[in-house]
Design a protein around this ligand. Structure first.
Ligand SMILES: [Zn+2]
Length: 299
């Protein structure tokens, strides 16, 4: 039987997978194509990507459902297929992960602003997140991860929707950036680290942290600031550096070597789960696994 996630984290650091989007593009996902539909249209590709991260040594894989909320799918007129897409994605990940590895059901931001900034009241966000999380749970995930959140009201609605309706561990991550003039980190919507930690923990998140930040050293700086603020496990998923647009293509330039070199500091800062976000590859994950294993045999 699979060990309990939160108990496991008391004993060891876990490694999560790397980017899904980058891998999908490498497999031919076109610009403007809904990546979440590939769970149904190209299930073998999704399984292959999951497999590549498991082979790299990841303990955890994320479902290909970052954009599979009803609000996000509505951009592609796919909103009526929300449950189907999320369930399919969860089953694909579960099939590849077996019972030895963890599957986290992935929930991203909706791309909409809560009223009065946008047309939808907070209650609609709650329902949208509840629907997605329930479908992921039904498909067999071990935990729900809410990622790349920028707005605190949306992030809290997501945490509450999961916590009040699904009995699974819950991870909530926000995307922080360093201010241009200060040494402080905020989301683009102006949420500070202490505010995020306090509010998301209060709403019921079991694991906190940050993802989609520019490189491993930025992730370390953020985790360092979070660690004194909470006893909960912390998770970090840095991007492979800072994205640069070169002749219409997004390039990430933090290679596996550079990422590996920063992992000891990220562990020392207090990270309990380490994975990769945009631009990371199975090779990045393989190197993270190597550092984490080395650290664990030395403690
Ligand atoms: Zn990212």
């Amino acid at each position: 039987m699979k060990p309990d996630l939160l108990k496991t984290l008391k004993k060891k650091i876990l490694v999560c997978d790397g980017a899904m989007g980058t891998q999908l593009q490498a497999h031919g996902l076109g610009p403007g194509e809904p990546p979440d539909l590939w769970n149904i249209a190209h299930p073998q590709v999704i399984r292959q990507i999951h497999r590549s991260y498991l082979d790299a040594g990841a303990d955890i894989i994320l479902t290909n459902t970052f954009g599979a909320s009803r609000f996000k799918l509505a951009y592609f007129d796919l909103e009526e297929r929300t449950a189907e897409i999320n369930m399919a994605a969860a089953r694909l990940a579960r099939a590849e992960a077996g019972e030895e590895h963890f599957v986290f059901g992935d929930i991203g931001p909706t791309g909409r602003l809560v009223a009065p900034l946008g047309p939808d009241p907070l209650e609609n966000f709650y329902q949208v997140f509840k629907e997605q999380a329930q479908a992921l749970a039904e498909g067999g995930v071990d935990a729900i991860i809410i990622e790349t959140m920028l707005a605190l009201d949306e992030a809290k609605a997501a945490v509450l929707a999961v916590k009040e309706n699904i009995r699974l561990p819950l991870i909530a991550l926000m995307k922080f950036e360093k201010g241009r003039t200060s040494d402080d980190y905020h989301t683009v919507m102006g949420v500070s680290i202490p505010q995020a930690i306090k509010d998301l923990a209060q709403a019921g998140a079991d694991i906190l942290g940050s993802n989609c930040v520019s490189g491993v050293n930025t992730a370390t700086a953020i985790i360092k600031r979070m660690r004194p603020l909470t006893d909960k496990p912390l998770m970090a998923e840095p991007n492979a550096g800072v994205p640069r647009l070169i002749s219409g293509e997004t390039i990430y330039d933090e290679g596996p070597d550079e990422m590996e070199a920063g992992i000891d500091d990220l562990i020392a800062a207090g990270a309990n789960i380490i994975g990769g976000c945009c631009g990371t590859t199975p090779e990045h994950i393989q190197r993270i696994v190597r550092r984490v294993q080395e650290y664990q045999t030395n403690i």
